[in-house]
Ligand binder design. Structure first.
Ligand SMILES: [Zn+2]
Length: 407
């Protein structure tokens, strides 16, 4: 395999430009050469050379635009090879396992889902199910397609360097070799990248969802617990070891708070998570999951007083958490994802009241509150983007080492 020699500035520049062009069409879809030249700040002959190389490689295609009636020679449109170039993406939540084949351009081409019993899952079971899903997904790929990487999102604290789950408060996992084990069981000869679900969700909403165009964003993801992802000046905040933004364990109610799965008391997650809402609403024990959360919101809309009171209480605590985050990070947008979409829908007035009361006036002048635009797929799409990251950094080498399924 050809590698870029250190100290070869032209090669390095070309690799960067190839990556920048591929990233642009991956995130923005079909784009004319003229627009690419303008957006990337490169001249048209450079763009022509780059698209020729990426076309020959097989990661983009060039076509005449649909609208060819205008006078003059039309600028060819460059599109990602969505059907041919893909990643395998996985999403491990407390209640469900998701696997998908996601094409370049971020299109979900095929997917599998398993709903799981809520008990502490076994590493072997989880990895075995995901590997079986992968086999099914790869069986259906078109001829000549290439899997360039594998990305997975996990509902707990991940060490990104090696994909070890350090701590999953709601799965009971401590120091489990999830990434390495998944890589071994898939046996595709590809690295498996693993990230925290809310970190990856923040990036997904920033690139493709409710946070497009924002340089500073906070994403709050409700599963059973509450995870957080923070984008600062366009970059994901990882912290020293990859464990940053555990906003669910920010202490908001230390003296009278509910016990949290992390062993502490009064964490944001303990006050606004699924269990807090269902118990405040006096919902029958045994009803859990997103449907149960949604049923509280619907009941409140129909005038059920205990559901309304529960949402008011939870919305107030959610507002306390968001207010602290706005004061700390001055985000342009706060995005609510997972089951917090329903909670926020049902308690937006409480959240906003708390922000008005507690956030410094100049910090809340322009902040927007939004619901995740990618719906149930925010964290899955985040896992896919983690998979695509290496290809976009180094298209030629990463595409060449990709897995080609023999039909
Ligand atoms: Zn906690």
């Amino acid at each position: 395999m050809k590698t870029t020699k250190p100290g070869a500035p032209n090669e390095e520049m070309r690799r960067k430009n190839l990556g920048a062009l591929l990233r642009y069409v991956h995130l923005n879809g079909p784009t004319s050469r003229a627009v690419l030249a303008e957006k990337l700040g490169l001249n048209r002959s450079t763009i022509m050379g780059l698209t020729a190389e990426l076309t020959a490689l097989g990661v983009v295609k060039e076509e005449l635009p649909d609208d060819t009636c205008r006078a003059g020679r039309p600028s060819l449109v460059v599109s990602p090879e969505t059907d041919r170039v893909f990643v395998l993406a996985f999403d491990v939540a407390v209640d469900r396992l998701l696997a998908a084949r996601v094409g370049l351009g971020g299109v979900i081409l095929d997917r599998r889902e398993a709903v799981r019993q809520r008990k502490y899952p076994d590493l072997d079971d989880v990895v075995g199910t995901l590997a079986e899903f992968a086999r099914q997904l790869l069986r259906n790929v078109p001829r000549d397609s290439v899997c360039v990487s594998v990305g997975a999102s996990y509902c707990g604290m991940i060490r990104p360097a090696d994909g070890i789950v350090r701590f999953g408060p709601n799965t009971g996992w401590v120091d489990q070799a999830f990434g390495p084990e998944l890589e071994r069981r898939l046996a595709l000869g590809l690295p498996v990248r693993v990230g925290n679900e809310a970190h990856l969700g923040a990036v997904a909403e920033n690139q493709r969802g409710a946070g497009i165009g924002f340089r500073n964003l906070i994403y709050l993801h409700g599963d059973v617990g509450v995870g957080g992802g923070i984008v600062v000046d366009g970059k994901r905040l990882d912290g020293n070891d990859g464990y940053a933004a555990e906003v669910g364990h920010m202490i908001v109610n230390p003296y009278d708070g509910r016990p949290c799965g992390c062993g502490s008391r009064g964490c944001l997650e303990a006050e606004v998570g699924e269990a807090a809402l269902l118990s405040a609403a006096n919902w029958p024990p045994g009803l859990t999951g997103r449907d149960a959360v949604a049923s509280v919101v619907h009941a409140a809309e129909r005038g059920d007083e205990s559901a309304r009171a529960a949402l008011n209480r939870v919305g107030d605590w959610l507002g306390v958490g968001v207010a602290n985050l706005i004061n700390l990070f001055n985000p342009g947008v706060v995005v609510f994802g997972g089951m917090l979409r329903d909670v926020y829908r049902g308690s937006a007035a409480q959240v906003r009241n708390r922000i008005v009361a507690d956030v410094l006036p100049v910090s809340r002048e322009r902040v927007q509150l939004r619901i995740a635009a990618l719906g149930d797929d925010t964290t899955l799409v985040g896992g896919a983007e983690l998979g695509f990251a290496e290809l976009l950094d180094n298209p030629v080498e990463v595409f060449r080492r990709g897995y080609r399924h023999r039909l």
